[in-house]
Design a protein around this ligand. Sequence first.
Ligand SMILES: *Cc1c(COP(=O)(O)O)cnc(C)c1O
Length: 420
Amino acid sequence: MSLPVPSHILPTYARAPLAFESGEGAWLTTTDGQRYLDLGGGIAVASLGHAHPHLVAALAEQGAKLWHTSNLYRIPGGERLADRLVENTFADVVFFTNSGAEANEAAIKMARKYQSACGHSERFRIVTFEGAFHGRTLATIAAGGQQKYIDGFGPKVEGFDQVPFDDWAAFEAAIGPETGAVMIEPIQGEGGIRAVASERLRALRSVCDRHDLLLIFDEVQTGVGRTGAFFAHERAGVTPDIMSIAKGIGGGFPMGACLATREAAKGMTVGTHGTTFGGNPLAMAVGNAVLDVVLAPGFLDRVARAGLGLKQRLAALQDRYPGVIAEIRGDGLMMGLRCAVPNGDVVAAARHHHVLVIAAGDNVVRLLPPLTISDDEIAEAVRRLDAACADIEAHRAPGAVAAGGEAGPHRTSAVHKGAA
Ligand SMILES: *Cc1c(COP(=O)(O)O)cnc(C)c1O
């Protein structure tokens, strides 16, 4: 299919030439009637698939009642959602936002304000890790530390010290008298599904305790069931002081939240932070509906089982195509294929077989399907990925004739790399 170039859209994305009109569960249908199996979930956002009946009903019901009142008034749906998040996590308090970047902004401001409230306003610096992604605001690009997102946007926001992902000595050396917090994704998403070992998360916790630093977990991508636990850090048996969430909690409705212990949040008093839209009744209705499903007995266990099944099938795929897939990574329904060929080739070949996957850093292809994807759909997805791998291998074989057609695996220029 060919679409006109969307010339009035700011061209910050290299979009694939696909436009969807409707969705159902793990399936998307294009404007010209083609069906695609969606293993991207709009970058881990469509956590319950497309057009989930419970979410549609919650949105429609709230939509007919009340959309927005502002945070000048109490919002019962938000109070209920906060209660439920607190009941099921380390947290005591919740601040609702519209996005992951805003949840991280709240987390960063909260950590600084905590140190200031403790009489240590000099402790404003935050240690972060290479390969991190924390969003696209000025502060969160500085926190993420990726030069390609920072260049040309003026002086980098002060106060972030980035260390290599796997270098403990560098981490300890980065902690100085001005350090106030440590911020990390338990599994890097954009960075390429790179998990932080549980022992490492525990070690971070004890270093933070020793130096009175706040530990911030960015669970914007890993949270709300993605890994088969409610939150990814649970596997390590430690808790953060502050946690940002977004993506999956809205199931497609733009929303996020910053969760914290009462102690970590003690500087955030009336007037210190705000948002016009965050936590509005529409968002809260959908967030509560997502939790109805995700926290139902057995749901997360099923995600974990589905994830294991997916991982086994992907391991078999790796065995069959070692020249295409170098490594399988991830937890639950957050899987990464580190590629032995350019990851864009795999994304394009998969798309040719009508399965949507997403490129990430470290030459990885991400699989972030709806948590509700069925075992049959997983099997079908892997069959299609198998065909995609076969195409790539045939194409790369010595003497192979360049594949004709408009959607061969070489059409990589339109692949959008790691930019959620
Ligand atoms: C997507 C993402 C963000 C940014 O979220 P936005 O809603 O795009 O602002 C932050 N952190 C992580 C780990 C993410 O995956």
